[in-house]
Design a binder for this molecule. Structure first.
Ligand code: COA
Length: 211
């Protein structure tokens, strides 16, 4: 499979939203709203435009990754900007060919070059441990409520940066969007049936699991 990695342009927006919807549909909850998230993220002040990439295969956009600015704050009130990705999506049918890895590896390299001390995300550890992510607890980085969710994952880019402090992670408010607006947005796409998949039960357990 020959693929090209490049910056997302405005003419990719619809294709990216469609592939995001296909990738997430019924995976974690019945239906999905990540395509709406992709739609609104690009205009959000926390959006990191220079980390917004697509992968193309034979002229078709098959993968995308988007980042926002987030931050961590330590017990002294010292804040540091971090980078957070999501959504990251690969069109079903093109998955398990290294496209997701390509998007993650490339943007992590850019984040390192930009001087970010870490990429911090909420995600399924299965997808990210292979890229070097560890749980927040390993760096004493909790969610902003002080807990250590299973899915709070940290890729340290500056070795030892977090040592000697306790930190709280603050995700961008961009991810707290209006669910009704997401439902309304979905009407712009071909109808799809919402349903149950076992992966939703796994996700529900993971969301409640803490270290
Ligand atoms: C998560 C996601 C982005 C990963 O994209 P991807 O392109 O499938 O990722 P990769 O191909 O790099 O890796 C996936 C698996 O394929 C394997 N793989 C990669 N290239 C392969 C190849 N040529 N032959 C066989 N297996 C291969 C990887 O080792 C990995 O295996 P593992 O899951 O057992 O560890 C994609 O599955 C997706 O869009 N999922 C739905 C949306 C989602 O969940 N997003 C993340 C939210 S947390």
């Amino acid at each position: 499979m020959i693929t090209t990695l490049r910056t997302e342009t405005e003419s990719d927006y619809r294709a990216v939203e469609e592939l995001t919807r296909e990738a997430f549909w019924n995976l974690y909850v019945p239906g999905c709203d990540e395509h709406y998230l992709a739609h609104i993220l690009r205009d959000h002040p926390d959006f990191i435009k220079e980390f917004d990439f697509v992968v193309e295969c034979s002229g078709k956009v098959i993968g995308n990754i988007m980042y926002t600015r987030s931050y961590v704050e330590n017990e002294k009130g010292e804040k540091t900007e971090t980078a957070t990705f999501g959504p990251v999506s690969v069109l079903p049918g093109y998955q398990r060919n290294g496209v997701g890895a390509m998007l993650i590896r490339h943007t992590v390299r850019l984040a390192r070059e930009k001087g970010y001390p870490a990429v911090i995300i909420y995600g399924d550890p299965h997808n990210y441990c292979k890229h070097g992510f560890k749980n927040g607890k390993d760096y004493n980085i909790s969610s902003n409520d002080g807990s250590f969710p299973l899915g709070l994952l940290v890729l340290e880019l500056k070795k030892g940066f977090f040592e000697g402090h306790s930190w709280k992670f603050y995700n961008s408010p961009a991810y707290e969007f209006d669910k009704a607006a997401a439902e309304e947005f979905d009407k712009r796409f071909d109808p799809k049936v919402k349903g149950h998949k076992p992966s939703q039960d796994l996700f529900s357990m993971q969301c409640r699991a803490h270290l």
